[in-house]
Design a protein around this ligand. Structure first.
Ligand code: GDP
Length: 491
């Protein structure tokens, strides 16, 4: 039956080859179905195994999520300070840290961890993050209910006695016994997993088999992270085989999980859609420039602008400028009509200077080949405001708009940029950060080898054998990042 099979393939396309669940009402979250129409098809086929795993997870989340009997029972145990044996449902509760890009990377990492360890992912949604994302799991919610007993983010820090590393130090959890022999009911009611970097390293005793067996016994885990720790899960031996089945192409981890989890709400989607339709929908090529200046490494405007222009020239990202047209013959005008091609440059930056200069350049002079270059910047917020909801809506909209670009050039170290290129499935050009003692970088930009984000803080993998190894040297699927030499990236 031809029409039936056509219908199936259309709906499969809409659901990104089975990545998305068919169980949602479309109008409640339009971006889920519309956003990908603004992009080229994904270059990374989805493994049927991952699709299956997601459907199983959704059923589990529905069974154990907020509002269910099982959830109420689990919270009751937590309040009573008990960690029951053989619990049917286990949870990992994500707490926020840093800006939106960081948060999206850590939510995706925590979700991957939840998939690998059979936990339900719940999110502590702070006011500034409210109303940004649609619910990703049908028939349930990933929002941590307000009456959750351990709801105080200030208790979550490296020194917290409930942190797993501190439990090991204080012998609440023993390091010298076979973890599989420890009864769950002998453990505290929850564990805090601190996956925040300390001096650009993630703690030991997290990405190790024995520790994971022990951690698996806690029914409640609270996790806070500032790092894209998904690559570290690939370095944990017990997860390796499962991950290989889920991600035959390892560089597509965030690409798939991000497209599965994050869907801007209709309100944010309105911003994205209006901007896209007004400025980007009808151009021949879209090039995104994301310029991020970090307070810990300030770079002067002139130096950053010069580096961006060097990158543009060296990589031939934009047409060269010609000399101003003379009011002469038709022949001159015809020679460079560029076939009417229009290239859009989309600039994401807190400041308007880059936009002003690049726009001015293509306003005052023609291009050599006659192509038209149109330059746009959706907002320039000047200041980073972690706690403003409106500011975050714009940030999210810009991450999405960047992710519709055919080519992306981004600032080194920026998780904002990582999310955008990874959604797009496009390898970006990275504007390298000058060395700590220099104001400029000799190399303007390098092409990323992968569409995966970079983990800035490599894990210490001493584990119980206390061997520290350079994993990039021994694992064929991780590399050091182009922009963060000691960072790690799947490829
Ligand atoms: P990172 O600090 O570059 O790794 O990215 P984060 O997203 O974690 O934090 C930076 C925050 O600053 C963003 O979430 C935004 O709130 C803000 N920000 C930085 N660059 C831009 C930009 O180009 N546009 C907008 N709207 N906000 C930005």
């Amino acid at each position: 039956n031809v029409s039936a099979s056509t219908a199936t393939s259309v709906s499969q396309d809409k659901l990104l080859g089975g990545l998305l669940s068919a169980a949602f009402d479309e109008s409640s979250c339009q971006s889920r179905y519309k956003s990908n129409l603004y992009r080229k098809p994904s270059p990374f086929p989805l493994s049927p195994y991952l699709a299956q795993k997601l459907r199983k997870y959704e059923a589990y989340h529905k069974k154990c999520g907020p509002g269910t009997k099982r959830y109420r029972r689990a919270v009751k145990q937590l309040k009573a300070g008990r960690n029951a044996d053989n619990s049917e449902c286990k949870y990992v509760v994500w707490f926020p840290c840093n800006g939106l890009g960081n948060r999206m990377l850590t939510i995706a990492s925590t979700f991957l961890y939840a998939l690998l360890t059979d936990r339900v992912l719940l999110m502590h949604v702070s006011a500034e993050q409210e109303g940004l994302f649609c619910e990703p799991f049908p028939g349930s919610s990933w929002v941590l209910p307000g009456n959750f007993p351990q709801n105080n983010p200030h208790k979550l820090h490296i020194g917290a006695p409930e942190s797993y590393a501190n439990m090991l130090k204080s012998n609440v959890v023993r390091n010298d016994v076979d973890p599989s022999s420890v009864p769950a009911s002998s453990l505290p009611a929850y564990v805090y997993l601190h996956v925040e970097q300390f001096q650009l390293k993630l703690s030991d005793n997290v990405f190790c088999d024995e520790d994971q067996v022990m951690l698996g016994k806690f029914n409640w885990m609270i996790l806070k992270s500032d790092s894209y720790f998904a690559p570290a899960l690939f370095l944990t031996p017990m997860f390796e085989a499962e991950l290989a089945k889920m991600f035959p192409q390892k560089e597509a981890v965030f690409h798939h999980l991000g497209r599965y989890l994050f869907h801007p709400t209709n309100r944010v989607w309105g911003i994205i859609r209006r901007y896209y339709e007004a400025y980007l929908a009808r151009v021949d090529e879209k090039i995104g420039f994301q310029i991020r200046i970090f307070p810990e490494k300030p770079i002067k405007f002139e130096n950053m602008y010069d580096q961006l222009m060097r990158c543009v020239r060296e990589q031939r990202l934009l047409p060269e400028l010609g000399t101003a047209e003379l009011p002469t013959t038709n022949a001159t005008a015809d020679a460079g009509n560029g076939n009417g091609k229009v290239r859009a440059v989309l600039i994401a930056s807190l400041y308007s200077g880059y936009y002003e200069k690049i726009r001015g350049m293509y306003y005052e002079s023609p291009t050599k080949n006659g192509e038209i270059v149109a330059v746009f910047q959706p907002s320039h917020e000047e200041q980073q405001q972690y706690t403003s909801n409106e500011h975050n809506q714009k940030a999210l909209a810009e991450i999405y708009l960047l992710s519709y670009c055919d080519k992306i050039t981004m600032s080194a170290w920026s998780t904002f940029g990582y999310v955008a290129y990874s959604f797009a499935g496009v390898k970006p050009w990275i504007l390298l950060r000058p060395d700590w003692n220099r104001e400029t970088s000799d190399v303007a930009c390098v092409r990323s080898t992968s569409v995966e984000p970079c983990l800035h803080s490599s894990p210490i993998l001493g584990c119980r054998a206390k061997r520290d190894v350079d994993v990039a040297a021994v694992k064929p699927y991780v590399r050091h990042c182009e922009d963060v030499g000691f960072g790690l990236k799947l490829f």
